[in-house]
Design a protein around this ligand. Structure first.
Ligand SMILES: *Cc1c(COP(=O)(O)O)cnc(C)c1O
Length: 395
């Protein structure tokens, strides 16, 4: 293997996986790992799910791509299904989370112009993550990710997350057309918004005619134990971005809209060559079917509760563990110090995890975990956390 012709946008761990089955991965040397990352909240059904494999193979043999210049039956079925689950009216299919948010941003801007607002502004959050394209990078609340790519795009107003007063102060701002946020921030460090904050945000958006746009790219598709994380608070957004878990690893994103937001685009306003083709649409439809048939919503909640409770018990009283938080199988363990090195140590211990926001161990296991696998995750992770916290802090 040689990485010399791959652009250095990542600094990958020095291993590669050759195959997977359920919650387990095998590397090219034949070593076995418990997967607690699911390809960053993508492989919710685990690896090699037989129903998904069969559906993808069957569709690949029938038809892979025709373009959106023709109707795509599989896309229409997927749109109907995902809109029913989300109580939304229609969907635009794209190929990534960034693109799903790009679509949301374009809907908000066009909606603003339709209302006579010349320079429409979108309220976004500190520590937000919305993607790497120029518009979504500008909406993202990470200076580290933005540095060097200025000029960033204008039209975003940034406020602290989960802070209603900060939103209320912008209520009289005449150019605001939308609020874009994650219900629980993933890359930003697993920060959970209060249900009451989300409900108040919904009220303000209704009062002001702003679009409430929720980025569920990481938290959606059963990850938190409901189809979409915002459903825990009982609100319905006007626009919602999906990607990661939607296609179980086949690249698909979606931007869903409701009410006025669903009527903004006309032919010619937006598009993409690959979006919603037969192959990816079947992968997504099958993902949704399996989640429903196999009781995966309830399992995600159950395993999330087991893992958080297990970690709380195993790490009780350990100095340096600041908080264990999250919803369902989107879990963060915040330490009092940077802990990036624990990722490599976990691999040595046969465990795939991630660290985000420097100090937060992030767990995003496949949604098909068994009780035994949740216990195994705790058993492998807790000693690593203790060992890391026991060593002297580097000056
Ligand atoms: C990963 C992520 C994105 C970006 O998705 P890509 O597919 O990497 O473009 C956007 N929003 C959230 C909340 C994410 O977690």
């Amino acid at each position: 293997m040689s990485a010399s012709h791959v652009m250095k946008t990542y600094a990958p761990q020095p291993i590669a996986f050759a195959r997977g089955e359920g919650a387990w991965l095998w590397d090219t040397e034949g070593r076995r790992y418990l997967d607690a990352l699911a390809g960053i909240a993508v492989s919710g059904l685990g690896h090699g799910h037989p129903v998904l494999v069969k559906a993808i193979a069957g569709q690949a043999a029938r038809l892979i791509h025709t373009s959106n210049l023709f109707r795509v039956a599989e896309q229409e079925r997927l749109a109907e299904r995902v809109c029913a689950l989300a109580a939304m009216d229609n969907a635009f299919f794209c190929n990534s989370g960034a693109e799903a948010n790009e679509c949301a941003i374009k809907i908000a801007r066009l909606h603003g112009h339709h209302r006579g607002i010349e320079n429409p502004a979108i309220i976004v959050m500190e520590k937000a993550w919305h993607g790497r394209t120029l518009a979504t990078l500008s909406a993202t609340g990470s200076r580290k990710a933005q540095a060097g790519f200025e000029p960033l795009m204008g039209g975003f107003l940034r406020v602290p997350y989960n802070d209603l007063a900060a939103i209320e102060r912008l209520e009289s701002h005449g150019s605001v057309v939308a609020v874009l946020l994650e219900v629980l921030q993933g890359e930003g460090g697993i920060h959970v918004a209060d249900a009451q904050y989300l409900r108040s945000l919904r009220e303000i958006c209704d009062r002001r005619g702003w679009l409430l746009m929720i980025d569920e790219v990481q938290s959606g598709i059963a990850r938190t134990g409901k189809w979409f994380a915002h459903q825990w608070s009982g609100i319905v957004p006007d626009v919602m971005a999906l990607a990661k878990g939607l296609g179980s690893g086949v690249p698909i994103g979606a931007c869903l809209a409701r009410g006025v937001a669903a009527q903004v685009f006309k032919p010619g306003n937006h598009g993409t060559t690959f979006g919603g083709g037969p192959l990816v649409s079947v992968a997504a439809l099958t993902t949704l079917e399996v989640i429903e048939k196999d009781g995966i919503l309830a399992n995600a909640k159950r395993q999330g509760d087991l893992i958080r409770a297990g970690l709380a018990e195993a790490l009780a009283g350990v100095a340096g563990v600041k908080e264990i938080r999250g919803m369902g199988l989107m879990i963060g363990v915040e330490l009092d110090r940077p802990c990036g090195e624990i990722v490599a140590r976990a691999l040595e211990a046969g465990l795939v995890i991630n660290v985000t926001a420097d100090k937060v161990i992030r767990l995003l296991p496949p949604l098909i975990y068994s009780d035994a696998e949740s216990k195994e995750l705790v058993a492998r992770l807790a000693p690593l956390v203790k060992a890391l916290l026991a060593q002297p802090v580097a000056a």
